[in-house]
Design a protein around this ligand. Structure first.
Ligand SMILES: Cc1ncc(COP(=O)(O)O)c(C=O)c1O
Length: 439
């Protein structure tokens, strides 16, 4: 009898006992091929010796010193590295322990920024339908993931949301990609005008949507227009790169492929590769400056802000990505993964779309490929997919709600950046068996 309050209260989970590279093993010795890094976390694979060693060394020399009293070397070095990657002189980095905290930090930065500038009415944060920004009260209020919001009902704050840029379902027949990009982006301007720009603090968006839609990049031109709209109406732009960042799409930030610079960007998951809980909120210099020059400071903090061993793990993960040239492998194996998925499933009657960038790929599941109709809720396709993947020893990330409310299913793949062609072949073989079981 367990004393654990499990995520799935009636679920019975196998116990993970050890892991290595691309694989996790349970206590019974069963092997699981990790093709999603859990939830896009394990970017350098499991038990990477350099990360394990760096972490042990840090814990041995100084495991914790509260950052209300001290800074520490790993925090300083990692901040410098991330600020340089962000590419704007004077960028600053605030470290927390998980994605929800990183986004809550971003929201507080936005709110306090406008207050410091004498515009306290700028409070609302616009997000998109089918988005996920975290599970804390504020972050879930600002998320548009229908399945995760539903259970909280009207307890959540109801912030304004616009539709995502989701060409597979929302681009109209005969509409060019360019026209769709503008139509989708302009819905932000319409929302701002409806609400009044003087009431809006920020717009938050995932440059590539992760778990809520099953890996959906925007069509070209969308983000350029979004950035223009935010600038015109004096609204901060927050890029949530918690899932799609840290190299997952082939560039360190996914937004590099879109050619815009947000005011704030958040990272988590891959940033410390699962070796420690770590997240980062990176701001442009003009934001940090206002807290300094206004004399108002920034009121926020958690016990584990800037945790030394978490930052030491993050620092080593980023060094491993660079020194082992893993972003090149993300591009090469990402292309191969897309090609193999297309070859195996493009004609499958229930795989409506296969998409993504780098080692971030999604398969959208449909009941009818022509009409894109999802399976009815009572068939519980997402749950059955999850069970079948575990049975066949494949860790991937099935999700629901990609159509509307709890309708629509997808599978997200986000393997470690060390993945090789033999793992991709093994994953496709397992997916074939999984689809045979479920459909
Ligand atoms: C895009 C995005 N933002 C925020 C979060 C929340 O991160 P965490 O679960 O670490 O709090 C997630 C988690 O899946 C995410 O995918």
């Amino acid at each position: 009898m367990t004393a654990v309050f499990y995520r799935g209260v009636t679920s019975d989970y196998p116990r993970a006992s050890h892991s290595e590279g691309m694989y996790i093993y349970d206590e019974k010795g069963k092997e699981y091929l990790d093709m999603s890094g859990g939830a896009a976390v394990s970017c350098v694979g499991h038990q990477h010796p350099r990360v394990v060693e760096a972490l042990c060394e840090q814990v041995k020399s100084m495991s914790f010193a509260h950052t209300a009293f001290f800074s520490n070397g790993p925090q300083e070095q990692l901040a410098k590295m991330l600020a340089a990657k962000f590419g704007e002189p004077g960028a600053k980095v605030y470290f927390t322990s998980g994605g929800s905290e990183a986004n809550e930090t971003a929201f507080k930065i936005a709110w306090q920024y406008w207050r410091a500038k004498g515009q306290p009415s700028k409070q609302k944060i616009i997000s998109r339908v089918h988005s996920y920004h975290g599970n804390t009260y504020g972050a879930l209020s600002i998320s548009g993931n229908p399945v995760r919001r539903r259970v909280m009902g009207d307890l959540l704050l109801d912030w304004p949301r616009i539709d995502p840029c989701y060409a597979y379902r929302n681009q109209q027949p005969g509409e060019t990609a360019n026209a769709y990009a503008l139509r989708a982006a302009n819905s932000l301007e319409e929302m701002i005008l409806r609400q009044g720009a003087e009431t809006i603090a920020a717009f938050i968006v995932e440059p590539v949507v992760g778990a809520s839609l099953g890996v959906v990049p925007a069509v070209p031109g969308y983000f350029k227009r979004i950035a223009e709209i935010c600038k015109t109406h004096d609204i901060l732009l927050i890029a949530d790169e918690i899932m799609c960042g840290t190299g997952r799409t082939g560039t360190f930030f996914a937004l590099e492929q879109e050619g815009f610079l947000p005011d704030i960007v958040t990272l988590a998951k891959g940033i410390a590769g699962g070796y420690q809980p770590l997240a980062a909120t990176i701001t442009r210099s003009h934001i940090h400056e206002i807290f300094v020059t206004s004399g108002k400071g920034f009121e926020h903090g958690h016990t584990y802000v800037g945790h030394a061993s978490a930052c030491a793990a993050g620092l080593t993960v980023l060094n491993v990505i660079k020194e082992e040239n893993l972003l090149q492998n993300v591009k090469t194996q990402g292309d191969l993964l897309q090609k193999e998925l297309d070859m195996a499933f493009a004609d499958h009657p229930h795989i409506g779309d296969i998409r993504g960038r780098g080692l971030f790929r999604g398969l959208e599941i449909v009941a009818d490929k022509r009409t894109k109709r999802p399976f009815p809720d009572e068939m519980k396709i997402t749950r059955r997919l999850k069970r079948a993947t575990m049975k066949h020893g494949l860790i991937c990330y099935p999700g629901g709600g990609s159509f509307q409310d709890n309708l629509g299913s997808h599978i997200l793949l986000a393997p470690p950046f060390i993945v090789q062609p033999n793992h991709i072949e093994q994953a496709v073989d397992k997916l074939r068996l999984i689809f045979e079981d479920v459909f």
